[in-house]
Design a protein. Structure first.
Length: 363
């Protein structure tokens, strides 16, 4: 719960029939209102029909907007198209927006909901592991500019987050691993026991978590609790060592992700963040703050999960130059998350040139 009394629940639903339970929950919370569903092409085919039928059974009328799959949809042009459509069909301030999809849909729908008619109520229904453990919780919404990721956005807390596990069975191995990267991130910044549990669970089989829904649900819940605790203490990232700690791995990770998009061989967000975490612990080790074995432990875990570990191969001049295009930059320094030990991190203001100097020893 936030200091002013606002709160919302995050439900992790591991069972079939989640669409009916979600529709019933929305109906109980908001009554009979108009619903605006924003989804992507994949979820439109796989998930929308059952959810739309469940909402209809609760007498909730849904208008559906579908965007193309992929990061390219997170643009101001797409925001304008959605807002124009919502205005044209007569949505009003009583409308509840539902984001049905992964992180792109959640960020995009959240931003339109935050700004259309100066704010609509929002329900996040994250259908990827990455979105369930990270982007759907905390109220950050944003779209990209050509200059970088998530540079235009708003804080807009949802009415409800409902995370069904059944859709995760359709994720590719690569997308599932990408989601695990953010789960590992939360463990590194706040919970060494969770880190060790993930390490043990993946010791023999990288797909073990996909085969054990109960264990996966437990890990997701623990990860969400970590993020929720940080967000409640510093909702708008105004405290020097507060919410900024959630950016562990993201400063370099976002730069690597952007460069990969420009190269024509885009990395998944979690893949780039994994590389960014390796970069962060390398910087910490160079500053004599991070124990030297942390990078080895992370590299070992990422290899088990199926995440990239070749950091040096991604530290191009473009990546190092792009570090300055970051929301956390203040002048020529940046709030950078450093690891003291697994389960404990801190935020320091570091000069951009110092970070570049440490990371450019290879390229």
């Amino acid at each position: 719960m936030f200091p002013d009394g606002r709160n919302y629940s995050v439900t992790v639903d591991p069972a079939e029939g989640w669409e009916d339970r979600l529709a019933g929950e929305i109906a109980r919370r908001v009554g009979s209102v108009r619903i605006a569903i924003l989804t992507d092409q994949t979820c439109e085919k796989r998930l929308l029909p059952k959810l739309a039928a469940a909402l209809s059974a609760e007498k909730l009328i849904a208008h559906v907007t579908v965007v193309a799959d992929g990061e390219a949809s997170k643009s101001l042009g797409t925001v304008e198209r959605i807002a124009d459509e919502w205005a044209r069909v007569g949505l009003d301030r009583d409308t509840v927006a539902i984001a049905l999809g992964g992180g792109v849909v959640g960020d995009l729908c959240g931003f339109v909901a935050a700004t259309f008619l100066r704010g609509l109520r929002l329900v996040q229904v994250p259908t990827t592991l990455l979105a369930q453990v990270d982007s759907s919780v905390g109220g950050k919404t944003a779209v990209n500019l050509s200059a970088g990721k998530n540079l235009v956005g708003a804080f807009h807390q949802p009415l409800l987050v409902y995370a069904p596990l059944i859709p995760l069975s359709t994720l590719s191995t690569r997308d599932f691993a990408s989601g695990l990267a953010e789960l590992v991130k939360h463990a590194v910044i706040s919970d060494s026991a969770l880190f060790n549990a993930i390490f043990r669970a993946t010791a023999q089989d990288r797909d073990s978590l996909r085969k054990d829904p109960a264990l996966l649900a437990d890990f997701i819940a623990r990860s969400v609790r970590i993020k929720a605790k940080v967000v409640v203490a510093d909702e708008r990232e105004q405290t020097e060592g507060g919410r900024a700690i959630l950016n562990f791995g993201h400063t370099v990770g976002h730069a690597i992700e952007t460069a990969s998009i420009h190269s024509g061989d885009p990395l998944r967000h979690g893949e780039a963040v994994a590389l960014g975490m390796l970069a962060a612990v390398r910087v910490g080790a160079a500053l004599s703050l991070t124990p030297s074995d942390v990078e080895t432990k992370l590299r070992d875990l990422f290899a088990r999960i199926g995440l990239p570990t070749n950091l040096d191969g991604h530290l191009s001049r473009e990546v190092l130059a792009h570090l300055g295009v970051d929301k956390k930059r203040v002048g020529q320094s940046i709030r950078f998350v450093l690891v003291e030990q697994i389960g404990k991190c801190r935020v320091e203001r570091l000069a951009l040139e110092k970070i570049r100097e440490i990371l450019s020893t290879v390229k």
